[in-house]
Write a protein that binds this ligand. Structure first.
Ligand SMILES: O=C(O)CCC(=O)C(=O)O
Ligand SMILES: [Fe+2]
Length: 335
């Protein structure tokens, strides 16, 4: 397997346990992880510079200063209401993942799901929406778009791991939330540690220390390459307290999830509904890719085939896949 593990160093592979080269204490002591962090960041900056024309100066400034940008009133109340009724009428493929006591429910907005949903179709095809997302992800192909509902405290189980502050991976990645309802503290707002996307000396020192022991000190997620940061870690890095984005319906938040973020501590049985975008570019590729919708269509086809494969493996084992199918009505029962 060694050649495969070594080749994977040039990809977005991030698991310290799945890949013993990435997880090697000796190599990380020599600086392997830090090299990947720094090189990926330099290459992402090259792509950000190339893609400058895609986003307004205000958006670019906020993304690079704070790690996220908040755009209130991105869509109107009327558009929100139409999108909500389109979601309520959805009967197609709907999936769910359970983590601790929380469910993440998603509808992938591919051609099939968008059929009969003109307002969502217009949004997903709108340059005004897609261009800043492409800029933030430093990638020309469109992000994956979903309707997402987070349902908190729906069962007796451990805490939701997404509620601990973390960085998704070792390089900049883009996630965006277009809220379809007012997000109050009870609903567990998206929470970000302002400025934590910056590779300061303190952050790099922390990354270095964590990389040496990540494989040996598992917490369920850090060893898979998504480092968790405790309040003390944040303080030691000179970072501010995490801040929840309590936003009105229609607000768009775009974030670099290489910075520390998570979900707010929501109350049980509270949920949050949003259009959600996700893009994880190839960290070491200096080219921003192709601006074709075709790439996006291919991405969702591959993803759906992957889910179906996971479904059949799970069925054969008499269980269900982590992203399992649910009846659409389990997600679309909104007011
Ligand atoms: O849903 C949220 O507010 C944040 C969850 C999260 O950490 C993520 O999507 O990467
Ligand atoms: Fe995250």
């Amino acid at each position: 397997m060694a050649p495969v593990w070594i080749i994977a160093l040039g990809t977005s592979a991030k698991s310290f346990v799945g890949n013993p080269v990435i997880g090697s204490r000796a190599l990380n002591t020599l600086g392997l992880h830090i090299m990947r962090v720094l090189l990926a960041r330099a290459i992402t900056w090259f792509r950000w510079i190339l893609l400058t024309p895609l986003a307004d100066q205000q958006v670019r400034r906020a993304l690079h200063k704070d790690g996220f940008v908040v755009i209130p009133d991105f869509i109107t109340e009327e558009e929100i209401n139409t999108i909500r009724s389109e979601i309520k009428a959805h009967t197609g493929e709907t999936r769910q993942m359970l983590q601790g006591n929380t469910a993440t429910q998603r509808i992938l907005l591919d051609m099939a799901a968008l059929d009969g949903k003109p307002q969502l179709t217009a949004l997903c095809g709108s340059k005004r929406f897609l261009r800043p997302l492409k800029y933030a992800s430093a990638k020309l192909s469109p992000p994956l778009l979903y309707v997402q509902r987070i349902r908190n405290g729906i069962r007796e189980a451990g805490a939701d791991p997404q509620k601990t502050m973390h960085a998704d991976t070792f390089h900049p990645t883009m996630k965006a939330w277009l809220f379809l309802e007012d997000v109050t503290p009870a609903k567990g707002p998206f929470t970000y540690v302002k400025g934590s996307h910056k590779l300061t000396a303190a952050r790099l020192a922390w990354e270095y220390r964590r990389s040496r022991t990540a494989a040996e000190k598992p917490d369920g997620y850090s060893e898979k390459g998504s480092f968790r940061a405790s309040p003390d870690d944040l303080k030691a890095m000179g970072l501010p307290e995490p801040e929840g984005a309590c936003a009105r319906a229609g607000t768009l938040v775009i974030a670099n999830t290489n910075g520390f973020h998570g979900r707010g501590q929501a109350e049980d049985n509270q949920s949050r509904l949003e259009v959600w975008a996700y893009a994880r570019p190839s960290p070491f590729n200096p080219l921003p890719g192709l601006p074709f919708g075709l790439v996006g269509k291919l991405q969702s086809k591959v993803l759906k085939a992957y889910w179906r494969r996971k479904d059949s493996i799970a069925t054969a084992r008499n269980s269900r896949a982590s992203w399992h199918l649910i009846d659409a009505s389990e997600m679309t029962d909104i007011d």
